[in-house]
Design a protein around this ligand. Structure first.
Ligand code: ZN
Length: 292
């Protein structure tokens, strides 16, 4: 297992971690500058942040700083109710792929979607099995475009509390079943993003990480699970403040062959988003050394 205790060369910052700092309007370019100033070598930006800053501006700033991506957030949301919805899903995911290519991402992360309409509070039906079929079909269709562009797809299983509205793929086992069905040769074009927050509780976690192996392990996201958790979406903890054994998880993914970045992804409305962005980044560096 790699020693993270003396430097942070394998730290990546998911840019949602410092996106809403109180009193400071940190656009993506500001975030890139702040990361560069601290020797942070990688980030994972979100599409809306890229759009706000301008795709070409972001690409140029990344190049100027020598910062690379650990992933691009995100494609997916594959479920739909009619032909127009399906077309919109396909168009949007192709755009996401193109942006990922422009930014030189190692993978496009997929949050696959839940029951159509549920995220807006109006679920169209209760057929989660049907939603899962649409997801598998959607990933299959996108995989063809992704192969043409040479852009791997990383399915991110989300904690089951998001099954209705954000992602009906909820375990690593489920995600790997989809990978095996659509990419049986383990070509490298399709894999998973392992986010500690979503999968830490899974009794099959170690076995499924071994099953995934190097070809399927495309990204590692870290933060911590707080007790109590007070918000289903925006109360993620800083590494070391919760109950996830992050070194154990990192050991498992590295034993399986993963050698990429550990990407800090913290949505924290009441705590970390209330602090000055530089303080948050400095804390990420310190905790990455000590707790990941
Ligand atoms: Zn994640």
């Amino acid at each position: 297992m790699r020693d993270f205790s003396t430097d942070h060369r394998w730290l990546s910052i998911n840019t949602a971690t410092v996106r809403r700092q109180r009193g400071l309007d940190w656009g993506l370019l500001d975030i890139l500058d702040a990361c560069a100033a601290r020797g942070i070598r990688a980030v994972a930006p979100w599409r809306d942040q890229v759009a706000a800053a301008g795709l070409q501006n972001v690409a140029q700033r990344l190049l100027a700083h020598g910062i690379e991506l650990s992933g691009y957030c995100r494609g997916g949301m594959f479920t739909y109710t009619d032909a127009a919805g399906l077309q919109a899903v396909r168009d949007d995911n192709r755009r996401a792929l193109d942006e990922a290519c422009t930014l030189g991402a190692p993978c496009l992360v997929l949050v696959v979607g839940g029951l159509p309409g549920a995220l807006a509070g109006k679920p169209a039906h209760k057929d989660i099995a049907g939603a899962r079929e649409q997801v598998t079909e959607g990933i299959g269709a996108l995989l063809q475009d992704a192969r043409e562009r040479g852009m791997p797809l990383a399915i991110e299983p989300l904690h089951p509390m998001y099954a209705a509205d954000r992602a009906c793929i909820n375990t690593l086992s489920q995600a790997l079943d989809v990978c095996d069905a659509l990419d049986p040769t383990r070509s490298g074009a399709l894999g998973v993003a392992v986010d500690a927050y979503h999968v830490w509780w899974d009794p099959q976690l170690q076995a499924q990480i071994e099953r995934a192996g190097r070809e399927r392990l495309l990204a590692l996201h870290v933060c911590d699970w707080l007790t109590p958790t007070t918000d289903l979406l925006e109360d993620r903890g800083m590494m070391g403040d919760g109950v996830i054994d992050l070194p154990q998880l990192r050991g498992w993914v590295e034993d399986a062959g993963f050698a990429g970045y550990s990407e800090v992804e913290i949505f924290s409305r009441a705590n970390w988003w209330q602090r000055e962005g530089g303080e948050v980044l400095d804390t990420c560096i310190e905790r990455h050394r000590r707790c990941v």
